[in-house]
Design a protein around this ligand. Sequence first.
Ligand SMILES: Nc1ccc(Br)nc1
Length: 463
Amino acid sequence: LLRPRHVQRRAISQKTDPSNDEPDAGFTLDPPSGTRDFFPEKMRMQRWLFDRFRETAQSYGFQEYDAPVLEHEDLYKRKAGEEITEQMYNFRDKEGAAVTLRPEMTPSLARMVLSLMRAETGAIAAVLPLKWYSIPQCWRFETTQRGRKREHYQWNMDIVGVSEVTAEAELLSAVVSFFENVGITSKDVGLRINSRKVLGAVLNTAGVTSDKFAETCVIIDKLDKIGADAVKQELSKQVGLSTEVADTIVAATGAKTLEEFADIAGVGESAEVQELRRLFALAEDYGFADWLQFDASVVRGLAYYTGVVFEGFDKAGVLRAVCGGGRYDKLLELYGSKKEVPCVGFGFGDCVVMELLKERGVLPELGPNVDMVVAAYNADMMGKAMNVARRLRQTGKSVDVYPEAARKVKKAFRYADKVGASRIAFVAPDEWERGEVRIKDLRCAADTPNDKKQCDIPLDKLG
Ligand SMILES: Nc1ccc(Br)nc1
């Protein structure tokens, strides 16, 4: 009875129907709730996606880093009511340490950069500005009834040590380059841009003290999910804002242009507004401005953003945000830095972008492939066939040794087709006597004459 119902059913069927050869492992064969197995076909697609992430990051001069999937729970102790910190996969380890599966990568990055600063004074100056990327698996303990996933892989790109919006321009350009590399255009995806600094001016004007800023942004970020009235409720109840102030804030997020937003904020051509204008001007010169649009409602849900924030969205309006990011200039001070270290970054989940690419029909066909299958004509030739495989691998070829004596050549051909081989090498007594191996091309056109489809190659010419 301790076993899940579907395992119980299987156990019963096993007993009542001996012909049923389904495995009865006595436990579920599915991975833990909210997690995924990547069988080879899905792994090839995941590898293809990660290769596109890496290709883009490296084309921008970013260096890859990594950190433990297990992190100190304290790293995420933020009191701003973020979903991400309320859904941590946290626990006490066997030494009683408060740890968690990381819900995001940015705090680990901040911790690593700070460790460089601690290493020796001045060392960090030699490292900054740094441009790092990673594709970490991140976790959340989502309540199962929502049936949502508890893990995803999130491409992170961060620039540390650049206070100018040139950093934002670089990161936005990298997002655009990724999409262009996989066949997505600005007709499919747009990037909504805003600045929490401009929003901060609205909040200051409205009398919101800076200690309430992060919490206010986290609540405003829920607009799409819970609606204006619920947001105003939370602003009043949790942040203590008056109805008028809450109305002003929600109204400001509805501004259609930067000018309108600035007017509501009463900030006019302030430094914050000029900084955002400069970002749009850089994007124009850079050549990707057609991907961008100002959107006063974008604040993103992470407490630590302090400036420009952005998110990639599906213009068909079907999918939730594809990626998101922003500037977070105060995070390292929060972790103990003695001075401000400007940072900007984005996160890009593997699931939503896969749905987008599938929906837009731009995913590649990725079958298994190997350069050659080597087949032994009979059991006596198996050792020779393995030696041929070794010689071919030493020339850099990928080689799959057909595991049975290939008396039934058809079976060997079927196997070669299944594993996506380009050529098949038959190791048979007659050719072996002559010091040769018969190679057949499996990729040539059907009407290719036989003498072009195959040839006998001397052993010392293999490769
Ligand atoms: N932060 C986070 C972690 C895991 C998933 Br799935 N989604 C969001």
